[in-house]
Design a protein around this ligand. Structure first.
Ligand code: DI6
Ligand code: FE
Length: 400
């Protein structure tokens, strides 16, 4: 099989920053060689030197950068469908908790699952994302809350990239929840920090995350985790301002976070801090929807300050059992009023930035040839439909 291709019969949404109207090119061509994009433009302008690849002719489809899901918890044991059902049958939060529900039940199920079982269930989820064209996915730990299980989750996440044509970026999320009956400070010092050191020593960690919330960890506790991340040379990100305003966003900005995620309760000062630190605000409409939140993230404020906005699934068994990037885009448009162009940038160029990746997320020479070919005419169609997947073909690292 040739490693160089000339793709034509397409329109392209390049999603290059600063280009108007999605960077849309009609009657376009993309030259691909050795897994990278070599040339992009109108077919009529194709230079002879790029015309030699094996021709791949489509039938008028639209090509975008392959989607990137930059915030997921897709390695986990069990599910919480029965808890969902109990709630809808009128059970109170306490009744659900007494029946062993909530995040604790996922921790119990994740500890009990073998690595093979965790891998098998995670592959089903990854396959659902790949079916929508996703080429890069971020996966967090955080349902172990003990050293052994946090490492088990991260090893499984690494395994996925060996078994499927997808790139995986891992985030250590030991500071996700306080284990039942434990003291939060002691948990951070005695379990979370040693787990991070061990996971890093095994090469399992690409970034460090935390959950800064009244029901999880305070800014001071998170800062202890960030300090260790810093000393290990790892970038940080944070679940912040999801349910209340605790100041996690400003803490994360001080540490030059790659991203700050959820941010429904962020204010103007937070937006200014994010703009200054260059951190991405990752919007997670699946959790907003599932929790029936009413506080919408301050999108207009983010725009005003020039804070880049990404969109992700937050796929987890509790607050966002959502296996669709396309649905996340639709919800970000309908619930948060992002424009369709912002939703597409948020799952391509800006999602790449949230993961610290500069080699993907746009269609231009030098980028990885991770492409999604869609049976649509205009890129606004991706965010517009609800529960419709128009993927025609996915191209991963130039493999056609
Ligand atoms: N924010 C959330 O919404 C979830 N975790 C987080 O950091 C909740 C996860 C769960 O309920 O399992
Ligand atoms: Fe999350």
């Amino acid at each position: 099989m040739s490693s160089s291709h000339l793709i034509s019969g397409i329109s392209i949404a390049t999603m290059v920053g600063g280009q108007a109207d999605y960077g849309l090119i009609r009657d376009a061509a993309i030259a691909v060689g050795d897994g990278c994009i070599r040339w992009v433009g109108p077919l009529a302008d194709l230079p002879a030197e790029h015309a030699k690849g094996e021709p791949i002719v489509f039938d008028g489809q639209l090509v975008t950068p392959a989607p990137i899901d930059c915030h997921t918890h897709l390695v986990h044991g069990g599910n919480r469908a029965l808890e969902f059902e109990m709630r809808l049958n009128g059970a109170s939060y306490e009744q659900v908790a007494r029946a062993g529900g909530g995040i604790v039940s996922t921790v119990t199920a994740t500890r009990a699952a073998s690595a093979e079982e965790l891998l098998a269930s995670a592959l089903v989820r990854v396959d659902a994302l790949i079916a929508e064209g996703v080429a890069t996915v971020e996966i967090k730990s955080g349902y172990g809350l003990d050293v052994e299980t946090e490492l088990k989750m991260l090893r499984v996440a690494r395994q996925i990239a060996k078994l499927r044509p997808v790139e995986v970026k891992t985030s250590f999320l030991g500071a996700h929840a306080v284990p039942a009956g434990a003291d939060a400070d002691r948990y951070i010092d005695d379990i979370c920090l040693p787990a991070l050191e061990q996971a890093h020593a095994e090469g399992l960690v690409d970034a460090v995350d935390g959950f800064c919330e009244n029901i999880a960890f305070s800014p001071d506790q998170i800062e202890r985790v960030f300090k260790l991340a810093n000393s290990l040379g790892l970038g940080v990100k944070l679940h912040a301002e999801q349910l209340s305003h605790l100041g996690g966003t400003r803490l994360a900005a001080r540490y030059g976070a790659m991203s700050v995620d959820h941010v429904e309760y962020a204010n103007g000062e937070d937006a200014a801090a994010l703009a200054k630190s260059g951190s991405v605000a990752v919007l997670l409409p699946g959790a907003f929807y599932t929790l029936r939140e009413t506080q919408v993230p301050p999108v207009a404020m983010f725009r005003k300050h020039g804070v880049p906005m990404a969109v992700a699934t937050d796929w987890n068994p509790g607050s966002s059992p959502m296996g669709s990037v396309l649905l996340a885009m639709n919800m970000a448009a309908t619930l948060f009023r992002l424009t369709p162009e912002e939703t597409l940038a948020g799952t391509t160029r800006i999602a790449a930035r949230a993961l610290g990746l500069s080699d993907r997320g746009t269609i231009q020479p030098g980028q990885r040839a991770d492409l999604a070919v869609w049976d649509i005419d205009h890129p606004a169609e991706l965010a517009y439909r609800i529960g419709v997947n128009p993927l025609h073909r996915r191209i991963f690292a130039g493999r056609i």
